[in-house]
Design a protein around this ligand. Sequence first.
Ligand SMILES: NC(=O)c1ccc[n+]([C@@H]2O[C@H](COP(=O)([O-])OP(=O)(O)OC[C@H]3O[C@@H](n4cnc5c(N)ncnc54)[C@H](OP(=O)(O)O)[C@@H]3O)[C@@H](O)[C@H]2O)c1
Length: 255
Amino acid sequence: MRHGFIGYGNVIKAIHAYLQKIGEKEFTYISRTNSENSIKCSKSINKLVENSDIIWLGIKPQNLDQVLNVLSKTNINEKLFVSPVAGKRITYIEQTLGQETSIIRIMPNLALEFGNSVTAYTTNNIQHKHKNEVKRLLQSSGQLIEIDETHFDLFTAIFGSGPAFLLKLIDVQKNKIRQLGLEDNQMNNMLAGLLEGTAAYYRNNCNRLSIDELITNIASKGGTTEAGLNYLNENHIDKHFENVINMAQKRSTEL
Ligand SMILES: NC(=O)c1ccc[n+]([C@@H]2O[C@H](COP(=O)([O-])OP(=O)(O)OC[C@H]3O[C@@H](n4cnc5c(N)ncnc54)[C@H](OP(=O)(O)O)[C@@H]3O)[C@@H](O)[C@H]2O)c1
């Protein structure tokens, strides 16, 4: 399949790296600055469309209209669009394009590059010969879950933005362990181990124990974990964290 990327930022770079890893070979991109040398660049969106079967929309929500307006004047017959653009519904893309087009909307995160994304997708009813193939490609990029489009804003807050929120907590821990005077790469390794270890502990127990029970196993009476958890509970830090997610979800609905 021939992949055309409109925009070549964080998400498309991750998707490109992943697609290359699994053996896809034909790629073209266009961005505002066209400053990337490692991939074939197209002179215009028109040319990119002509040379692609799958068109990935890798632009920010605020740049989407501009791109869709150009696409609406282009021959997009027989093309399949994949959109990771936060907050923008399939019907909105269809209406702005003004043509019946096959579209898959996705919400991945940047772990997709390493086959570890948790990605949501939904699609319109317009058939395309490559639709199942694109789903198959995404299936091996981690977990792929079909959800109703009405849930995309919540999914975006938890799984699209989620890695940033978890990393913000890790950053607090990183700043603390600087006191150990270790090399940066050793600290990074240790913190990645903490995330992986927590994930393994959760994955191996979460179907028989609640998160409260998993926490209780770590917190002995009168111990260090309990002291930290008491502060967390007294200051309603879980409520604040919930609001972090609420704000991200709200922003997704506004976009
Ligand atoms: N980052 C994430 O973790 C994440 C996760 C899930 C979904 N998303 C969604 O994925 C989309 C891309 O996010 P990102 O983080 O990859 O953004 P980004 O790094 O800012 O990249 C945006 C790209 O769009 C290009 N662009 C802007 N206007 C353009 C135009 N008129 N024509 C062609 N290219 C244009 C930019 O080109 P120049 O660099 O040349 O200006 C840049 O390459 C967003 O809609 C976001 O909601 C992001």
